[in-house]
Design a binder for this molecule. Structure first.
Ligand SMILES: O=C(O)CCC(=O)C(=O)O
Ligand SMILES: [Fe+2]
Length: 335
């Protein structure tokens, strides 16, 4: 499995600034192995949609986490106004002049992993067609408001309001997914740090690309997080790998997309699967997405839950501090 990482090695130059020519600059071209594996024939299977207002949704959600590692949720309780306000401030931030966005530039080489940047992946040889903004939104001890944009107006309020909804939704997802493993409802929340669980907000901005069939917005990867809750805009592009083919995630107005990340796969000792995914880009349209990565605090050790290690099913993963896992994955030392 390719275990790349979305968007950690940032460079200040923006993709938006590169998107003027008729041809794709060569450093953005996909490698051969990432060209479409879609075969002709049967229609690809559809990503599960879970209606959280139904009484029996828990079993379906657990099944989706086992079989797919991704699902969409509807009737999730996050008000549409909170989502549209989050999208508005994100759109308006990316519409600001380059110099203003640059004030928030990230610089991972000096330890500044939050802020604005462009993705450069796989040893820096291949760029992906995306600009982004990263910052923590919770808990308060992990938040640095200096990297939150001052403009547009309402940016902070929109992020804080959305964060409250993410905390509530995540609590429910953790409970349901714990129960699906035969664990106590509170097991997952506790294993990922209780009130100290970290919410990292990212905004992805994929401008129109002159040769979209040659480029990718985000290269194939699984998320480092425990889970990720993502709002897309209406432009399709997210794909997940299933039985050797890439399946499109259909845009469903009002739905949120939940990815199982590496930490839940590890905690569940492989019963739930972190989803391998990537994004394609469009020739005419700007795609945007707003993922919130729900992560353990950096010093917390995550490993398979003791109740899920048995004689028949020994531990499949090494327990380690989240910061060591992150470092290892970013530097491709794992696997
Ligand atoms: O834009 C998307 O839909 C997915 C982005 C993604 O996978 C990521 O930022 O980790
Ligand atoms: Fe991702």
């Amino acid at each position: 499995m390719v275990r790349g990482l979305a968007g950690m090695a940032g460079v200040a130059q923006s993709v938006q600034a590169s998107s003027v020519g008729a041809q794709l600059p060569p450093e953005f071209a996909r490698s051969d192995s990432e060209h479409d594996q879609n075969q002709a024939g049967a229609a690809p299977p559809e990503i599960p949609v879970i209606d959280m207002s139904l009484s029996c949704y828990g079993a379906r959600m657990a099944e989706a986490a086992r079989e797919w590692g991704i699902f969409q949720v509807v009737n999730h309780g996050v008000p549409p106004s909170a989502v549209s306000e989050l999208q508005r401030v994100g759109r308006e931030f990316f519409a600001l002049p380059q110099a203003e966005k640059q004030r928030y530039a990230m610089d991972p080489s000096s330890g500044k992993t939050e802020g604005y940047g462009s993705t450069m992946q796989r040893g820096g040889n291949q760029k992906t067609w995306a600009d982004f903004l990263f910052h923590n939104i919770a808990p308060p001890s992990a938040v640095n408001h200096a990297v939150w944009p001052e403009n547009p107006e309402g940016y902070r309020e929109a992020n804080e309001a959305y964060c409250g909804h993410m905390r509530r939704l995540t609590r429910t997802l953790f409970e349901v997914l714990s129960a699906g493993l035969g664990l106590q409802e509170g097991a997952m929340a506790e294993a990922f740090g209780g009130d100290e669980v970290v919410f990292l907000h990212k905004i992805n901005f994929y401008p129109p690309c002159p040769q979209p069939e040659l480029a990718l917005g985000v290269a194939p990867h699984t998320d480092l997080s425990a889970l990720t809750v993502l709002v897309p805009n209406e432009v399709p592009g997210l794909q997940v790998s299933r039985d050797g083919r890439w399946c499109d995630v259909e845009y469903m107005p009002g739905a949120l997309i939940v990815h199982i990340g590496d930490q839940i796969e590890i905690l569940s000792n492989g019963r739930y699967k972190a989803v391998l995914h990537r994004t394609t880009v469009s020739k005419e349209k700007t795609r945007m997405s707003w993922p919130v990565f729900v992560e353990p605090p950096t010093e917390l050790v995550v490993g398979p839950h003791p109740r899920l290690i048995t004689g028949e099913c020994p531990a499949k993963y090494k327990a380690m501090k989240f910061k060591d896992y992150k470092y290892g994955k970013i530097n491709k030392l794992l696997q």
